[in-house]
Write a protein of this length. Structure first.
Length: 511
């Protein structure tokens, strides 16, 4: 057979050779072996076609062309399954965990500087959480059925290449969490990251690939395109090499992935409500609500966004919240804050979740994830207290109740009784089925709310953070697939189930 290598084939071979040299001898040795770039010709010969522009050598999984990122991930996944057993996967995952912990301060700084969202110390905490509480290969539990007719084994197999989209709110954290779970199940992954977090995401992908290669794994198991756009996402979605799509973002992203015709796992928006009844430990509830709602300035999708409290205990709850780092906005301050923290637009659907019919409210982008003190500075409020969260007493229809606004502003709504509180909480959650929280000492009351709200995460007498293993039991995830039903994703979520049957009573030892 007459084999012909294209320029892309040659470049791929060179890339793999250089990656192997670098993994064994170190970057310095690889640099010495790199060929010098040829001098550019001053002119192209008359009638000769211009030579194609080759994509530069990728930097540990970061590619200039999305097509190259997909191709490299596909080749790496084949090598991964051919060369690495489960114990090898676990060694690679451990290397990723250790690299994350070793680089957590630098990575947190890069995230904060690029995105301008949240708080530096909380990003370190999230990185620690993803490194230590994301499940690995232990999540791939084999099922077995044994009986008179033989033995059946069900194992978890990889899809191959996964195309994943990550958010600006948890850029590196989601990449690390997804990479650990997806590699644990034998896949590779190509990311289309949020454009507003592309630099810290590139650092993360490079960090992961260096760790993988140092642990003996193939290069480019985790890839991304350097300049992510909707067009690059379209290439990933349509590529025949990509067998599974995973998106962490808003409802628009989830709908786009579901329209692809491929298996898609979608983590959508949330607007988590909190219900506090008359039996609650009010001081504990106040502390836990503040912990969750103020964490990373409320940019987490699981964070407490609005509180519905039975009227007879509302004053007590507010008192303890003010005593634990919250500040209550008066009506004038709230009106001023809305003028700069929210934007208005004409509603095409008439009256909606807004104060006035025909208006829609949105969180002003420049105020999402900002510190509470910056809001107070803008309002001209002077205080010596360390304020972490702003409170406001409002009605159910207020924009801050209805929006997933991702700012350290927490609306409080009084309810006449528990039934009214539950009813308002269910409506404010908007059917996202994401996260809900309740503070109560009455098990029957908590059960009533849990059944009514039907959320993927339901936290009782704790902060929302407990729902993802931060101060609570269970594993951590940054991709909570409520819209598509997988729930809190882990390694087994990214697998296909394969059934192997030994029939006719084979391998049956007992009678």
């Amino acid at each position: 057979m007459d084999w012909k290598l294209t320029e892309a084939d040659v470049q791929s071979i060179v890339d793999q050779v250089m990656a192997n040299i670098e993994s064994r001898l170190g970057p310095a040795a690889a640099d010495r072996l790199k060929p010098s770039a040829p001098a550019a010709s001053s002119q192209v010969a008359a009638g000769a076609p211009a030579a194609p522009i080759a994509s530069p050598r990728p930097e540990y999984g970061v590619f200039d062309r999305v097509e190259d990122a997909v191709r490299a991930a596909a080749e790496a996944q084949e090598a991964f399954m051919r060369q690495c057993r489960l114990k090898d996967r676990e060694r690679i995952l451990q290397a990723i965990r250790e690299a994350t912990l070793a680089n957590k301060e630098e990575l947190a700084r890069l995230i904060w500087q690029e995105t301008k969202l949240g708080r530096y110390e909380h990003k370190i905490a999230k990185l620690e959480l993803t490194a230590t509480r994301t499940p690995g290969t232990e999540d791939l539990v084999t099922e077995a059925f044994s009986g008179d007719d033989g033995l059946t084994v069900v194992e978890h197999a990889p899809y191959g290449v996964i195309g994943a989209v990550t958010p600006v709110t948890n850029p590196a954290e989601t990449i690390i969490n997804n990479a650990i779970g997806m590699l644990a199940s034998g896949n590779s992954v190509v990311f289309n990251v949020h454009p507003s977090a592309k630099r810290c995401s590139a650092f993360t992908v490079q960090m992961i690939n260096k760790a993988i290669m140092a642990a003996g794994g193939p290069a480019n198991l985790v890839t991304m395109v350097r300049e992510p756009t909707m067009e690059t996402l379209d290439v990933i979605v349509k590529s025949p090499s990509v067998r599974l799509l995973v998106g962490t973002g808003g409802p628009g992203l989830v709908r786009a992935l579901l329209r692809s015709g491929k298996k898609a796992i979608g983590a959508g928006a949330g607007n988590p409500p909190v219900v506090v009844d008359e039996t609650a430990d009010l001081e504990h509830a106040a502390k836990e609500i503040i912990k969750g709602a103020s964490f990373d300035n409320n940019i987490l999708c699981i964070a407490e966004k609005e509180v519905f409290v039975v009227d007879k205990v509302a004053d007590g709850l507010i008192y303890h919240m003010l005593d634990n780092g919250a500040y209550m906005l008066d009506r004038n301050e709230l009106d001023k804050l809305m003028q700069f923290a929210l934007t208005e637009s004409e509603s095409q659907g008439g009256a909606g979740c807004s104060i006035r019919p025909g208006r829609e409210y949105h969180a002003a982008k420049e105020w999402i994830g900002k510190d509470a003190r910056l809001f107070l500075d803008k309002l001209g409020v002077k205080t010596d207290r360390n304020v972490e969260l702003l409170l406001c007493e409002v009605d159910f229809d207020h924009p801050f109740v209805q929006l997933e606004q991702m700012m350290p502003v927490l609306p409080i709504v009084r309810a006449k009784h528990l039934d009214e509180a539950i009813d308002m909480a269910v409506k404010a959650e908007h059917g996202n089925r994401h996260t809900a929280v309740m503070h109560s000492r009455n098990v029957d009351n908590m059960t009533r709310f849990a059944r009514a709200i039907g959320t993927t995460i339901f936290v009782k007498n704790g902060s929302s953070l407990a729902g993802v293993g931060y101060g609570g039991e269970g594993f951590a995830t940054m991709t909570i697939a409520g819209p598509t039903g997988e729930g809190l994703t882990s390694a087994r979520t990214f697998t296909r189930k394969l059934r192997c049957v030994l029939a006719d009573g084979g391998f049956r030892i007992t009678g």
